[in-house]
Design a protein around this ligand. Sequence first.
Ligand SMILES: *[C@@H]1O[C@H](CO)[C@@H](O)[C@H](O)[C@H]1NC(C)=O
Ligand SMILES: *[C@@H]1O[C@H](CO)[C@@H](O)[C@H](O)[C@H]1NC(C)=O
Ligand SMILES: *[C@@H]1O[C@H](CO)[C@@H](O)[C@H](O)[C@H]1NC(C)=O
Ligand SMILES: *[C@@H]1O[C@H](CO)[C@@H](O)[C@H](O)[C@H]1NC(C)=O
Ligand SMILES: *[C@@H]1O[C@H](CO)[C@@H](O)[C@H](O)[C@H]1NC(C)=O
Length: 219
Amino acid sequence: MERKQSWLFLVLCNLRFAILVFLCSSCFCNATESPQYKVVHSESDVEIRLYGESSWVSALVSDATSFEKSTKDGFHRLYQYIHGSNLNSSRFKMTAPILTSITPSANGSDYFVRFYLSSKYEGGPPQPYPELNLLFDKWKSHCVAVRQFSGFAKDDNISKEKEALVTSLDNILSGTTDNMKDKNSYTVAQYNASNHLSGRLNEVWMNVSGFTAEGCPSY
Ligand SMILES: *[C@@H]1O[C@H](CO)[C@@H](O)[C@H](O)[C@H]1NC(C)=O
Ligand SMILES: *[C@@H]1O[C@H](CO)[C@@H](O)[C@H](O)[C@H]1NC(C)=O
Ligand SMILES: *[C@@H]1O[C@H](CO)[C@@H](O)[C@H](O)[C@H]1NC(C)=O
Ligand SMILES: *[C@@H]1O[C@H](CO)[C@@H](O)[C@H](O)[C@H]1NC(C)=O
Ligand SMILES: *[C@@H]1O[C@H](CO)[C@@H](O)[C@H](O)[C@H]1NC(C)=O
C-alpha cells in the first residue's frame, strides 16, 4: 500500500516537473534576450523608444562600402566570440537584435557590428581572443527613432529605409532635425537568423534627443 502511494507520488511529481520544464522552455528559458526599452512616442511608420543602459560587444569593419559584406565579416568575428573564442571559453546564448551602425568615414563607411550582452555580464564579460579585434561598448540611456521593415536588409535598400525614417522624423519634429545628434549615422537592427526566409523583422534606428517631455535625455 505504502509502496503504491509513493509510486503515485513520484508519478505526480514527475508530471509536475515535466509541465514545469515545458512551461519554462516555452515561455522563459528559450526567450531571446534583448535590450529593454519603453515606447515614448508612436506614429504609423515611426516609433521613438527610450532604451535603458545597454552593453554590446562590437566588431569594427572600417572604410568599407558594403553593408552586407561588412555585417557578414563583423558577425563572423562576433560568432566566434560567442561560441567560445574568449579567455573563459564561455558560450553565450544568442541575443537580438544584431546591430550594424553605419558612420561615414574617409573612403566609405565605418561599420560597427554589435551583439547585445545579457545584463548578467554587466560586471565584466569574458575577454575575446585578441585576434578577433573586438571592442566593448556601454551605451547610456538614450532615445532612438525606429522604422521597421521586412525581408532581408540589403545594400540596395537600407539607405532608402533610412531616408524614409528621416522624412517621418522631419514631420514629427516639424523640420527641426536639430533633435538629431548625428543625421549621418544610423543603425540597422536585424532580429532573425539568416535561415529564416519569411516573417523577418528589421529596423533602422537613429539617435534622437530633445523629446525631453517624453523623458528622452537631451545631450
Ligand atoms: C582614402 O583613400 C586615399 C586614396 O586612395 C588614400 O590616400 C587615403 O589614405 C585613404 N584614407 C583613409 C583614411 O584610409
Ligand atoms: C573569466 O575567468 C577569470 C579567470 O578565471 C575569472 O576571474 C572571471 O570571473 C571570469 N569571467 C567571467 C565573465 O566568467
Ligand atoms: C547613439 O547614442 C548612444 C548613447 O549616447 C551612443 O553610445 C551611440 O554611439 C550613438 N549611436 C550612433 C550611431 O551615433
Ligand atoms: C527593402 O526590401 C524589403 C524586402 O526586400 C522590402 O520589404 C522593403 O519595402 C524595401 N524597402 C524599400 C525602401 O524599398
Ligand atoms: C523574427 O524576429 C521577430 C522579433 O524577435 C519575431 O517576432 C519573428 O517571429 C521572427 N521571425 C521568424 C521567422 O522567426
